[in-house]
Every structure is written in structure tokens, then in C-alpha cells.
Design a protein around this ligand. Sequence first.
Ligand code: NDP
Length: 614
Amino acid sequence: MPNRKFADGEVVMGRWPGSVLYYEVQVTSYDDVAHLYTVKYKDGTELALKESDIRSQSSFKHRKSQSSSSSPSRRSSSRSRSRSRSPGRPARGRRRSASQSREQKDDKKKTIQETSLALPVFVLFKPSENNTKRYNGEPESTEKNDTSCIILEQKLKPDLEVKRVLEQYSLRPRKDEKKKEEIYSEKKTFMAVKPIEKVPTKTKEMEFGGRIGTFLLIFFLPATVFYLLLMCKQDDPSLLNFPPLPALESLWEWRVFGVYVLWFFLQAVFHLLPIGKVVEGLPLSNGRRLQYRINGFYAFLLTAAAIAALLYFQFELHYLYDHFMQFAASAAAFSLALSIYLYVRSLKAPEEELAPGGNSGYFIYDFFTGHELNPRIGSFDLKYFCELRPGLIGWVVINLAMLLAEMKIHNLSVPSLSMILVNSFQLLYVVDALWNEEAVLTTMDIIHDGFGFMLAFGDLVWVPFVYSLQAFYLVGHPTTITWPAAAAITVLNCLGYYIFRSANSQKNNFRRNPADPKLANLKFIPTATGKGLLVTGWWGFVRHPNYLGDIIMALAWSLPCGFNHILPYFYVIYFICLLVHREARDEHQCKQKYGLAWERYCQRVPYRIFPYIY
Ligand code: NDP
């Protein structure tokens, strides 16, 4: 028995998940393991469908030009409904002038002609008909590129199905359009269409330089951390002044490793405390939603209390400074062990729980990018925990240790202004991340990336030990800045923070509840997946306003270190590279998810991160 019915490249009718609506799609590949076809819609959106959701084109009968139905709605638009209608075009039954009507018919004819694939016709609608115009004021001319027509299966009664379609996509007469409450409720209905993510199949396009790139990165990333830390310890940390390599055994101390493990498990205990609300994450490819406990800020408060108690009992926190390299080595060893564990357990994970980007079948690549999307031990989500807890909270503890070390080494009664600025700015950043912990659930790390070496090392080593570089630098390289300079840097940081926070909140609130009245003034482009793309507000300014804010803050964190060396600017330089690369990855994924809707968004918002520059 052949194990697949449809061939690659074949044009078939694909069922719109959760409905009886069929789109014209092209088969692009077939996954033998998951028994899923990857199909491509005309707007570029790709979905994975089961064979039972696919029909051959011949199983659809072409609709006659005159309907025999006595339904008034059908009578009123029997001709025009036999063609694809773009979202935003007037609903049936609306009054139109003869010229308008002619124009639209011509337009529709053109649309049909432009479509290279033959369109069977029975009842034709688009998934988000009416929504585009209602919400974002998009001109009609931009709409003809939307998804292919939807065709109701011939065996179903047409009128009943028309009603179902109207209900499903909340198509309403024009007179309702101005009613705000209905717009909200319609927004809700529109968004209630289950977001459809692609079910993970094999990763076809490898990132980070593929197998060779990821292999090299496994060595390059730890080497960079140690290089930076060694440089920072030098009196003259000029680029060409390479630090002498330390003896390997000097990098390891079991007591330090024990302290690190204790720290990790203490944070795990804080995370497990039954305090804080439990929220649901975004729907997974199988429609399930995972639950997450939001108590990062409480964990931070408990940690602060624990540190205060240690200081009260005269514990010398600059122990961290004295053994900084050994702590970094311990964290690196721990993250490597964790990555190995994650990879081994991912081999037993069901296909649907694998990360869309970390399922190439190549050990090194999957080990690096993360094979399993949401590895959990019971309800304990390892990736979510590592994202914000041991590394991020560890970062501010390290900063505090550097501040105390500076005071001790330079015999200061108060820390330097530079150290205070660096500590305060970064503390704000961490507290903000923990306060808005829920927002992490809509980030790429949680939604798309698996949990492997990249995130384990990034969260546990890179963040705490590289992001604290400025504070570490200031201990060995005291820098004096004037009050006006400090004030200007503070303003810069506040500006960056404002952009970063408001952009992230806007998107997060919109994703969580698009009907939120606070977002009523924002316009968006609907997409075939049921999610909208904001085109006004911060997300209409540039395509990644949150990155812009983050980069401005990164600059403000480096400036207090003066201009003697480039080393404290490593963070901002690296961060620009990281976010430019991340932005490109995100663009690529969004293009796949949203197809032409994404292109339309890019046309309306042409700059990626820096307005008028990039
Ligand atoms: P973003 O928060 O920028 O999310 C990108 C996603 O947002 C897209 O995949 C898309 O997902 C959605 N989106 C894109 N455009 C729109 C739009 N117009 N309207 C609505 N939704 C849209 O991703 P990141 O995870 O990269 O970043 C999160 C935060 O973390 C940022 O502030 C970033 O600066 C910060 N960050 C910090 C790092 C650090 O080391 N300090 C490292 C990386 C990030 P969908 O449509 O599926 O919802």
C-alpha cells in the first residue's frame, strides 16, 4: 500500500483546520514519520495537514453560475460570490453603485485571471473576509493577494454552510461596522479562530551556519566568555594585548561548583513555591496550552532577602569577584551537562513536542539549537525556568558583588557614580523582566527555539557573566564621570527603557487579548493564521521597536565606563549583531507563518530596527 496519496507539487484542496472549508494548496513535502503533508497556500503560508484533510481537486464540483437556492442572500450575489472575494470587500447584501459593482467585478475577474491555478467554484470566501478593512483601513488594492479561495465541500447544504461561514468568520453587515463594542467582539471572534502553527516536521533550513557553524559555536561561545573575563582582569585590556592563558586547574574548584549548584537549586525551589498566578502559554502546534507559574518577581524578592541575610551575617559577597572565573567555569560545566541531559531525553520525546527549528536529524545541530521545545519534569518547565531565574537573577547578584568589591579594593565609602549607574540600569532591566515575566511566553525563545546548548549556555553562562562585564570592568578600571554626563546617560537609558517596555507590552497585550479596549486605537492586518499584525503604535514605527529600545539601553550601560577601552562596549556591539541576526530569523519565520500578510506589513513598515537606517 502506498504510504502517501498526494505527490509533491500536486495542487489539491486542503481543509482549513477546524472547519469544513477547503483552500487550494500545493503539496510541498510529506513527513513519513508524522504522516503529515506540508502544504503551501497561495499567500505563502505553510501548514501541516493530515491526509484526511486533503482532497483532490476533482472531488469538488464547479458551481453553476445561477444558484438554484431560494435563499435571499444567495440570490442577491449569486454571480459575485462565485469568485474569490478579498477581505474587506463589501459583504453580500450591501448596496453598491452600479459603477462600484462593475469595478469590483472587473477587479475580481482580474484576480481570478492572475491566479495561475484553476479555481473550482462553489461558494467562495476568504478566511478573514471583512476584517481587514474594518480593522486596519487597508486599501482594497492591497487585498487581492490574500489567500486563495475557500470552497465549501459540495456534499454540504450550501445555505447552512454559508451561515456557518458567516458565523465562523463573523461576517456582519456594514451597518454594524461603526459599533465599537461589536468591533471588539468581532475582533475576539476573529482571534478566536485557533492559531495554527506548523506541526514540527524535519528542519529543512538550518541556521547558525548549519552543522559546521553550530559545531564551532559550541567551542567559540565558552572561549569568548573566558577571553572577555581574562581581558577584563588585565590592567591594559586593549584588544591586541592578549591575556596570558591561566592553568586549567586554576579554573576549577569544587567548592565553587557546589555553591553554583546550590544557587541553581535554590532558584528551582523558589520557582516551585505555590505563590504567584498560573497562566497558559500560547497554543502549541497540537492546540494544547502549557501552564506556567508566574513567580519570578517573588523569587527575586526572596533572593534579595537571602543576600541581605548573608551580608548581615558578614558573608563576604566579593567571594564571587575573587572566584569569578571559577564560577564561570562551573556555570559552563553545568550548562553543558544540562544540554547533554536535554538532548538525551529529547530522543524519547514525541514528534509533536520537538522544536520546529531543532529537528534536523543532525546530532550537533539539534544538540546546539535544542531538540525538544518545552522539556518538562512534571510541571517544572526547564527552559522557562532557566530563561529568567538562575542567570538573570544571578546577573544582578554578580553586579552587587562587583559593587562591593570595588568599594573594598579601592577603599571607598560609597560606590563610584559609574558603578551606581551600571548597577541601577541593569537592576531595572532585570526587575522589569521579572515583573513582566508573562511576556516571556510570547518570545521566540519560548515559542520557537528548542532547549539545547544555545539557550542553556546563553541563560546560565552568557547572560550572567558577559552582561555583568561593565561592572567587572569598573572594579579593575575605575572611571570617573561628571554629574551632567551621568544625567544624560540616565535620560538615554530611560528613553530606551520606555521604547522597550511599551513596545513589548503592546505586542504582548495584543497577543493575549486583541479585544483589550486599551488597544482599540491600534490597527492591524489580519493573517490566515487568525493572528493579527499590528501596523500602528510601536509596531508601526519599526518592525522590531523592542530591539531598538534594548539597543539604546545597551549603549547607556556601556557609556558609564568611559572611552578608554572598547571592552565595556563589547555588550552593545555584540547585542546589535545578535538582534540584527535575531531579527532576520524572526522575519524568516514570520514570512513563513504569515505569507503575503507579512509582506504587506513590511511594505507598510519598511524599517526593521532603526528608523530610516535599517
Ligand atoms: P519579539 O518579542 O520581538 O517577538 C517577535 C514576534 O512578535 C514575532 O515572531 C511575531 O510572533 C510577533 N510579531 C512580529 N511583528 C508583529 C506585529 N507587527 N504585531 C504583532 N506581533 C508581531 O521577539 P524576541 O523573543 O526576539 O524578543 C523579546 C524581547 O527580548 C525583546 O525586547 C528583545 O529585545 C529581548 N531580548 C533580549 C535579549 C538579551 O539578551 N537581553 C536577547 C533576545 C531578546 P507571533 O506573530 O507568532 O506572535
